[in-house]
Ligand binder design. Structure first.
Ligand code: ASP
Ligand code: MG
Length: 421
């Protein structure tokens, strides 16, 4: 039993879906759970729809129509004259979407967000599943919301592991009596009250890892538009290298610091059951990709993780106190309340610095609540550079013509928050 995960880029249009089919034909010959994300940029569009409706920003009909036209054109391309049944199915999803935005929004943005944004995965899996059956690749479609059970922390659903595991065993695995391929959605789960939750943006990798864990899979393959895990993002660096093999530990560190090929939550469940993870290219499926597993091989190549659009906070007590445990705990609980993840932290006696992604929706309310208790200074538009296996020459080169605001190093990792000069 194996788990495959196909992300948005691998199903971004009709040709891509055909490519997924050919990969399954070739590599999906044993029992395979296939986890699929929303097509192309659908999740962003659905976020736009949720915002347009909730904040009464723009015309929701235009966004909805755009989404519908896109999915219908993929269907047209894949099924030609045989589209009637799948179009019906898809129309139903759009009816549900229009119901979701018919009423006046309540105050619970995150709840509404999940009911709307989750439909991207529903649409994608319905189309891919129908297409595979259409061309003779027998498969069964399963609704992940009936399997991955979460609490009602909307947009960041916390998975109930015991319950989800028993549902995978009792609902999902028995499907393999009738098929070799089960298709399901990444990124989404369900609550005990039958509401939909999402697991956080880019969460489909995490779904794949959890299903592999619950089903005791032999391996997971994440199919990507890159040849594997690279030592740097080609968007910012020339001459990137593919890393052939990573330990779970190294993979956790790299993803934690922001390597975006794999979602950071993916590795732990796999490590706990020693399930190997392959990151492979859906464009060159025969190539080896990157293998993540337990071994005593440490990566020696230098890895660069560059994050732009960061904000660096400096937080100071308003009274005469130091930055000690009670202040830190107040600060951290606010970060956790607004779901803001600290990318780098530095502490001194009277000031606490923390660098985070500058996500307006979260940062603005965070700042105003922090300001009730603390003096908050911040630097917007800064960059965070993390270097694993660094040396001084590399650091000097990367900070050339930049102002380094804070930096920090451990034995393997050097981090610096920088600003353009
Ligand atoms: N479709 C979701 C997103 O774009 C989940 C994923 O791609 O993993 O965030
Ligand atoms: Mg995606």
């Amino acid at each position: 039993m194996q788990v495959f995960k196909f992300g948005g880029a691998s199903v971004k249009d009709a040709d891509s879906v055909k490519n997924v089919a050919s990969i399954l034909q070739k590599y999906g010959t044993t029992l395979t759970i296939v986890v699929i994300s929303a097509m192309g940029k659908t999740t962003n569009k659905l976020e736009e729809l949720a915002n347009a409706w909730f904040y009464k920003k723009e015309n929701t009909d235009a966004v909805l129509n755009e989404l519908k036209t896109f999915h219908l054109s993929v269907i047209e391309n894949l099924f030609g004259k045989n589209s009637e049944k799948i179009i019906n199915d898809i129309e139903n999803v759009f009816v549900e979407l229009s119901w979701a935005i018919e009423e006046e929004p309540s105050s619970h943005y995150n709840h509404h967000y999940d009911q709307i944004v989750s439909q991207g995965e529903v649409l994608a899996t319905k189309i891919v599943s129908a297409y595979l059956n259409f061309i003779g690749i027998n498969n069964i479609w399963m609704d992940a919301r009936g399997i991955l059970q979460t609490d009602n922390s909307y947009r960041e659903g916390k998975v109930d592991y015991a319950l989800s595991e028993s549902l995978v065993q009792s609902q999902l695995l028995p499907q393999f009596k009738n098929t070799d391929i089960v298709i399901t959605q990444g990124f989404i789960g369900g609550t005990s009250e039958n509401y939909t939750t999402t697991l956080g943006r880019e969460g489909s990798d995490y779904t794949a890892a959890l299903l592999a864990y619950f089903a005791n899979a032999e391996k997971v393959i994440i199919w990507k538009d890159v040849p594997g895990v690279l030592n740097a993002d080609p968007k910012y660096f020339k001459n990137t290298k593919k890393i052939d093999e990573l330990t779970y530990h190294d993979a956790i560190e790299l993803t934690y610091f922001g390597t975006s090929v794999i979602h950071p939550k993916t590795i732990k469940p796999l490590q706990n059951k020693n399930i190997p993870l392959y990151v492979k290219s859906f464009l060159n499926p025969a190539e080896a990709g990157t293998l993540v597993r337990d071994s005593d091989k440490r990566v020696e190549v230098t890895s660069y993780i560059f994050k732009i659009n960061q904000i660096l906070f400096s937080i100071q007590p308003k009274d005469f106190s130091f930055i000690a445990e009670d202040n830190l705990s107040a600060i951290f609980s606010l970060f956790s309340k607004y779901n803001v993840h600290a990318n780098m932290i530095q502490n001194s006696a009277i000031s606490f610095s923390v660098c985070v992604d500058d996500d307006e929706n979260k940062i603005e309310p965070l700042i105003s609540e922090l300001q009730e208790q603390f003096k908050v200074l911040y630097n917007k538009d800064v960059q965070l550079m993390t270097i694993r296996n660094y040396n001084n020459e590399i650091i000097a080169k990367l900070s050339e013509n930049k102002i380094v605001l804070i930096e920090q190093r451990s034995r393997n990792t050097h981090q610096m928050v920088m600003k353009e000069e």
